[in-house]
Design a protein around this ligand. Structure first.
Ligand code: SAH
Ligand code: DHB
Ligand code: MG
Length: 223
């Protein structure tokens, strides 16, 4: 589902508030040339992540699902001088493209791309005593979402923000009898979030150049 009007309006918003951005355009071009799928957040969504990181005054960010580093660059740009972002990626080529794009963006000193299955990398971060992270962006494989949320809760603190991408997916999320593992994963994530007494959450449905989808917004509360 992708309405032409949604795309026109996204372009209108981009022209008004984002302007041209050679570094991010280069990152998308490199990702596309390397054969990476075009499933990065849209420019307006990237800017939204950047603004959320600013609102949170985040100094530490954890990203699950790097791809070519597009969302990574948007978020890392909002970090203060001493800020840091760790991004987790399972695919070696994706990690390689992301590292080059992050370098080109001048963000290599702030960003670490960690190669491996996210659940394993998260367990390792927990055992190393990493965190708490101020801001978490979950955007990897959707069947992994329940695990990523559970593990993210161990790497955050009251006041931390967790954002999850792709929680609506053309409205498929309402299918209680879904067989698509991505929908099942998102519905299980939602059940966990709803049952978790130490978070406050909502979801925002979105339309635009990426079609009809949405974000989960979660704030960790005092336990
Ligand atoms: N956040 C990116 C898009 C990420 S796409 C952006 O908006 O620019 C999802 C990424 O998650 C892909 O690169 C995919 O390789 C990665 N991924 C899939 N399964 C994973 C897993 N189990 N662990 C870590 N990364 C995974
Ligand atoms: C897909 C994954 C994403 O993270 C996204 O934003 C859009 C699509 C996918 O796997 O199809
Ligand atoms: Mg996504």
């Amino acid at each position: 589902m992708k309405d032409d009007t949604w795309i026109d309006v996204d372009r209108y918003i981009e022209d008004l508030f984002l302007g041209s951005d050679p570094v991010l355009e280069f990152a998308l071009k490199k990702a596309s040339e390397a054969g990476l799928p075009s499933i990065n957040v849209s420019p307006t969504q990237g800017k939204m992540l950047n603004l959320l990181v600013q609102m949170q005054r985040a100094q530490s960010i954890l990203e699950i699902g790097t791809l070519g580093g597009y969302s990574t660059i948007w978020m890392a740009r909002a970090l203060p001088q001493a800020g840091h972002l760790i991004t987790l990626e399972i695919n070696e080529l994706h990690a390689q493209v992301a590292r080059a794009n992050i370098e080109n963006a001048g963000l290599s000193d702030k960003v670490t791309v960690t190669l491996g299955p996210a659940a394993e990398s998260l367990e390792k971060l927990i055992s190393q005593g990493a965190g708490p992270f101020d801001f978490v962006f979950i955007d990897a494989d959707k069947p992994g979402n329940p695990d990523y949320f559970r593990l993210a809760m161990k790497l955050t603190r009251p006041g931390s923000v967790i954002v999850v991408d792709n929680v609506i997916r053309d409205g498929a999320v309402v299918q209680a009898d879904a067989t698509d593992p991505a929908v099942i994963g998102t519905r299980e994530l939602n059940r966990l979030v709803a049952a978790e007494t130490t978070v406050s959450a909502t979801q925002i449905q979105t339309v635009g150049s990426k079609g009809y989808d949405g974000f989960a917004l979660i704030v960790v509360q005092d336990g």
